[in-house]
Design a protein around this ligand. Sequence first.
Ligand code: PEP
Ligand code: MG
Length: 573
Amino acid sequence: MVKTIKGIAASDGIATAEAYLLVQPDLSFDKKAVSDVDGEVKRLNDAISKSDDELTKIRDIAKVSLGDEEAQVFDAHKMILADPEFTGAIEQQIKDQKVNAEQALKDVSDNFISIFEGMTDNKYMQERAADVRDVTKRVMAHLLGVDLPNPSLIDHEVIIVAHDLTPSDTAQLNKKYVKGFVTDIGGRTAHSAIMARSLELPAVVGTDSITKDAKDGDTIILDGLNGAAILDPSDEDVKHYQKLASDFAAEKAEWEKLKDEATVTADGKHFDIAANIGTPDDLQGVVDNGAEGIGLYRTEFLYMQSEELPTEDDQFEAYKKVLEGMKGKPVVVRTMDIGGDKHLPYLPLPEEMNPFLGYRAIRISLDKQDIFRTQLRALLRASEFGKLRIMFPMIGTLQEFRDAKKVFEEEKAKLVADGVKVSDEIQLGMMMEVPAAAILADQFAKEVDFFSIGTNDLIQYTMAADRGNEHVSYLYQPYNPSILRLVKHVIESAHKEGKWAGMCGEAAGDNIMVPLLLAMGLDEYSMSATSVLRVRSLMKKLSTADLKDLADRAVNESITNEDNKKLVEEYLK
Ligand code: PEP
Ligand code: MG
């Protein structure tokens, strides 16, 4: 039966493939007394040997598809399974306590995990707790006869179906086989959605029910343009979507022609379209799509893809690569924005009721200054290799900006004293994403070199609506006059002080938003690399002089997000 499941369009494109459910199975069990102890030990050993075979397979595939480093974690898991201290203890527990293998496995593994986690002065051993947890899950699944999803074993084209995907799940998807993903929860500006766009994978999020509706192997058409997943499509559906996909491809081919052109409006005004990146690997997409710079380098991904805090040298190499790769075009690097939905396994953060309102971004950097200083030193050293701009995330008060700037100046002075070459032209700016700062933009503008408006967070905080929660996704309202007024105030405040203002939130690449932003005089537009040419094509057709009146109405007369959406849609017709 054909079934269309509606969701939020999170990343453009159409894909058709088999569903692959990335869903964690239920691993609950009852504690049982056993009389056949030998039989129970055999069950355990069978589960261990199946787990080991599976890990060998996963490791070999991961080596080819993801690289040696990513594959190493599976070797570590195999070592735990081969360690008699671990497996022998489980066997002994079955014999001593006459309990089922599941219970013995849990007892021993809980014990190991708490010992490892307790080794607070030995980070390496602390990290082993996560490995024990993973291995235990695998053996438990075999004991219970349920399948664990193994995304690294995927060897044919699939569409991933999941409740949610963390940014690190997303980073591990093998683009050769994964053609898109669809999730139960999430919003357009959740980080997994942002990553899907940089990987150029069609994605639909926030369907509420896809993990219940789809089964492994079902054919799915994923419509990332309109936000829908079609299960078991009819021949007619297939035809319809083939047409949509080929229209989209044709449109893309038209945009391609603008790759080497500057972004100039119909009335001859030049604006910069830059790209957002997460890692140096995204550089190719930036170059291929003809971006005029990088407007947001989310450096936290460097930290997230590492097993421990990246060293100054590791960071230096990454920043240098990006700066050199951009050949003198501006690169705005944002200092680490951990917290919210982005975590580091090796940097345990306190459990929080409201992580997005909690210990995040600059708040962590100013608190854990050793981490911050290392990052700033790496950036300063790399500054010689291109046109570097640095900005701080989540600035809410002037004091935070001043404190961050002071740390920057201190590290710069130290490097200069040590004879290290450092550029004197580094601009220091901030993300405008906390409403308190946006309201006070006129004051901030006196002290910063630039603003970059982060609408993903600015909207989340202004509307009091979690950006990753599909139940309140209707409150993601970039055209709401309240948001437009803040944006306008930020841009005007920057200009009054002779500074520039950009936008690196998702709204910068939104067709409805762009005409309004042009009228407000926003200088730089930074977006997923795959949006650059679409927006360039749109801007070429628009004349800023004509848009003034439209923007005035949107900011001063309209009342709702919908009013403004209609207003601009009418205009674009
Ligand atoms: C934003 O908040 O708009 C932004 C660009 O930053 P991030 O999405 O990484 O929070
Ligand atoms: Mg943000």
